[in-house]
Design a protein around this ligand. Structure first.
Ligand SMILES: C[S@@+](CC[C@H](N)C(=O)[O-])C[C@H]1O[C@@H](n2cnc3c(N)ncnc32)[C@H](O)[C@@H]1O
Length: 253
């Protein structure tokens, strides 16, 4: 399959090509509505993991100005909620898709906060300057291969000041499962949701089966170590046994 920066061509078609044809815009909008529905209905555990992350950040950044880099920001609605009580001084966001960056801009524009929105692939060199003391990524990193994740962690480390925290919310491969078993479990989970209509279910399953490449906690710990990110703590999502996801907290050494 043809790939752009390692992204399969199907994904490239929908998310990277300038969207000139009405049908492509429609497809993207519909898929985005589906994703929004899943966030609003807490289908992927965003609420629990984001609340947990918000608590960690409040404790860590008391009286410290926060310079945040958000990778695969989407519309940044999750980031906006998570950082509501944080003393943000700057917010930089990277995503493949222009239209979601515009929504992120609406959601993250706050008085006194310097913002920058960059359309780019997070698995390519990051188009940002300076150093950050907080990095965040939610449900984006699982799109990369193992090599792309390793390269990303290493690239992020070059933009992190010592002590920088990196909070990652994402799908996690359970210790005793391989990817095929993970996909079976996640497919079963989405099929069990009574309110997910057939069209959206097909979109979700298609997306998961093509783009979910989760790693185990142990693998993430190893990836972190390779580029001097120490895994301080991790929390697995409770209550959704067929949907394995978690919050990982790394610190730049
Ligand atoms: C599932 S959404 C998550 C959005 C947001 N972080 C959240 O938790 O609601 C994944 C986002 O990552 C972006 N994304 C996926 N692969 C990417 C890549 N290689 N580079 C940049 N952004 C990417 C998508 O465009 C999308 O906005």
């Amino acid at each position: 399959m043809e790939a752009v920066y390692g992204i399969p061509s199907h994904y490239h078609n929908i998310f990277l090509k300038p969207m000139k044809h009405r049908s492509e815009v429609d497809i993207f909008n519909d898929q985005w509505h589906c994703y929004r529905w899943m966030v609003d209905n807490n289908i992927m555990g965003h609420q629990q993991l984001m609340q947990l992350a918000a608590g960690k950040l409040r404790d860590y950044f008391t009286n410290k100005k926060v310079r945040l880099l958000d990778l695969g920001c989407g519309d940044a609605s999750v980031t906006a909620e998570m950082t509501r009580e944080l003393p943000l001084s700057s917010y930089t966001a990277v995503d493949l898709v222009d239209s979601v960056l515009k929504m992120a801009e609406e959601n993250m524009t706050r008085p006194g906060v310097k913002t920058l929105f960059k359309q780019s692939n997070i698995f390519a060199p990051l188009p940002v300057e300076g150093y950050y003391n907080l990095m965040f990524s939610s449900y984006a990193i699982h799109h990369g291969s193992l090599e792309e994740k390793q390269a990303l962690f290493s690239e992020m480390r070059t933009k992190a000041e010592p002590g920088c925290l990196f909070l990652m919310i994402d799908a996690i491969l359970p210790k005793d499962l391989n990817r095929e078993q993970y996909l079976k479990s996640v497919n079963r989970y989405f099929k069990s949701l009574p309110d997910l209509n057939k069209e959206w279910l097909n979109f979700v399953l298609d997306h998961v089966n093509q783009f979910d490449f989760p790693e185990s906690i142990e693998q993430f710990e190893h990836i972190g170590k390779q580029s001097q990110w120490h895994l301080m703590e991790h929390h697995l999502l409770e209550g959704l046994p067929d949907y394995p996801a978690g919050l990982l907290v790394f610190q730049a050494q």
